[in-house]
Design a protein around this ligand. Structure first.
Ligand code: HEM
Length: 447
């Protein structure tokens, strides 16, 4: 319903205290989201609810994401095994030595010069799956989750394991960290179920990463040993050279294991393993959601679909990619980034909506609303692929900006492009979320 027909804030103000946040949450989870955000931006840019505080304007969202020690990722800590400054995953650390060190090391390992190769790898994996599907596919499970699995196995190097397991491990970790939070309105039973599943998969993932590291180290050591024996006669060398060692793969885990980090850098095998697991967790469900939602968005907008089809055939991919990123502004994988205030802090100082955020408050920074704020987006309701990329929040912003951003920026559009290229592409109804946060089923067909 358009904003002019519904006064969300009036309904909110008239609701009983216990109904206020559920009302807000129901709007955010429905088609009402954008009109509700529009009214917030205009009339109450900071909405203090009994559960959490919503922040809707671009400058405030950007400002708060730039102050990680004040608006912290503490809510990630129990989900990512962080008990102190030196353990758990980097994402749950705010601007400390571990985060700074490990993020930069991992950015180097995910060498941006690899991107053309990654795009080829993704295109091939995508083409193969679509060719086998023969004009009919349940695209979430068979494609949107499977193509990133190929990337995880072949580029990241988390190989030798059933793709279903990789999907399961990524799924429950994402679910628990991002959709099992105090403001998610889950019953205790639902919340416990997600935590139990996360614990189950974490044990399996931990055991797998340990065996992966041992397996890869053996190959590295054996290859190095053989290289050192290069002075031996070729005949002896060849007999020693097992098939697995003939060509040592270049994948990210192997790269990390081959790199000699100075002791002072404090990046032992345990930290390396944690970061290898993080690559998997970050890659699958996020990509799957973005890909399926943009395909659906294109299919819902025939004029746009036509444009996308045209651009999909261009040699230069930039035009097609820009359509994808603009579509994702309308259907982002989530509308917010959430943080917890570590201290009392007054935001938007000197404005009419200046607000003191009390220590301990959960803030939902409405990144999608910020991407519709005319402060940074000219005529924000229009679909315009030629926007300033620096204002886009789809991969986060500030010190926690997505580690996989540049990979996602080639993987997602290429996956969508391969689908859009299919003639007479149709869906059999909308994406089915099965009442959860992620796309679970979406049937497509083509000629
Ligand atoms: C190759 C795949 C991916 C990997 C390895 C990955 C990994 C990560 C990591 C490690 C972080 C935390 C960075 C930090 O705290 O410093 C992060 C943050 C983030 N990622 Fe990704 N990611 C991937 C794909 C995606 C995709 C496809 C999306 C959405 C389209 C996405 C959205 C985000 C967002 C919004 C954040 C910021 C979260 C926050 O600020 O709390 N990621 N990602």
């Amino acid at each position: 319903m358009p904003y002019t027909q519904r006064d969300y804030l009036k309904d909110y103000d008239n609701a009983a205290v216990e109904d206020k946040y559920p009302l807000v949450d129901s709007w955010i989870k429905s088609e009402e989201r954008l009109p509700f955000f529009k009214q917030l931006r205009k009339e109450r840019p900071v909405l203090v609810t009994p559960e959490c505080t919503l922040v809707s304007l671009f400058p405030d969202v950007r400002d708060m994401l730039s102050m990680p020690k004040i608006f912290t990722v503490d809510l990630y800590k129990p989900k990512m095994s962080v008990t102190g400054p030196d353990d758990g995953y980097l994402m749950a650390h705010d601007d400390n030595a571990l985060h700074y060190r490990e993020k930069s090391l991992m950015q180097g390992m995910l060498n941006r010069d690899d991107l053309p190769q990654i795009r080829k790898l993704v295109a091939n994996a995508a083409k193969n799956i679509l060719a086998e599907a023969n004009g009919n596919i349940e695209v979430v499970n068979q494609y949107c989750r499977m193509v990133p699995v190929t990337l995880v196995q072949e580029y990241f190097g988390l190989d030798g394991v059933d793709p279903k397991e990789l999907i399961d491990w990524s799924y429950w970790n994402q679910y628990d960290a991002f959709n099992n939070q105090p403001f998610d309105m889950l019953t205790d039973e639902q919340s416990q179920h997600i935590t139990d599943e996360q614990n189950r998969v974490s044990d399996k993932l931990g055991a797998y990463i340990t065996s992966l590291i041992i397996r890869k180290l053996v190959i590295i050591k054996a290859t190095r040993g053989l290289r050192a024996m290069l002075s031996y006669p070729k005949r002896i060398l060849l007999s020693l050279l097992g098939k697995a060692m003939q060509s040592q793969p270049d994948d990210v885990v192997t790269r990390m294991l081959k790199t000699a980090f100075a002791k002072d850098i404090n990046f032992p095998l345990l930290r390396l393993g944690t970061n290898a697991g993080g690559l998997l967790i970050g890659a699958i469900e996020t990509t799957s959601q973005a890909t399926s939602q943009v395909i659906e968005y294109f299919l819902k907008h025939p004029t746009l679909l036509k444009k996308a089809k045209q651009a999909a055939s261009f040699e230069n991919r930039a035009e097609f990619d820009a359509l994808v990123w603009e579509a994702l502004r309308f259907v982002p994988i989530r509308p917010d980034i959430f943080r917890k205030a570590s201290t009392d802090y007054t935001i938007a100082k000197g404005t009419q909506h200046e607000t003191e955020i009390k220590k301990g408050t959960i803030v939902r920074l409405l990144t999608q609303s910020a991407m519709f704020d005319p402060y940074a987006f000219d005529k924000p309701e229009e679909f315009n692929p030629n926007r300033n990329w620096y204002h886009n929040f789809n991969f986060g912003f500030g010190s926690h900006e997505c580690l996989g951003k540049y990979i996602g920026m080639v993987m997602i559009p290429e996956m969508i492009r391969q689908v859009i290229l299919k003639a007479e592409l149709k869906d059999n109804g909308p994406i089915d979320y099965e009442n959860g946060p992620f796309p679970e089923k979406y049937n497509l067909s083509w000629r």
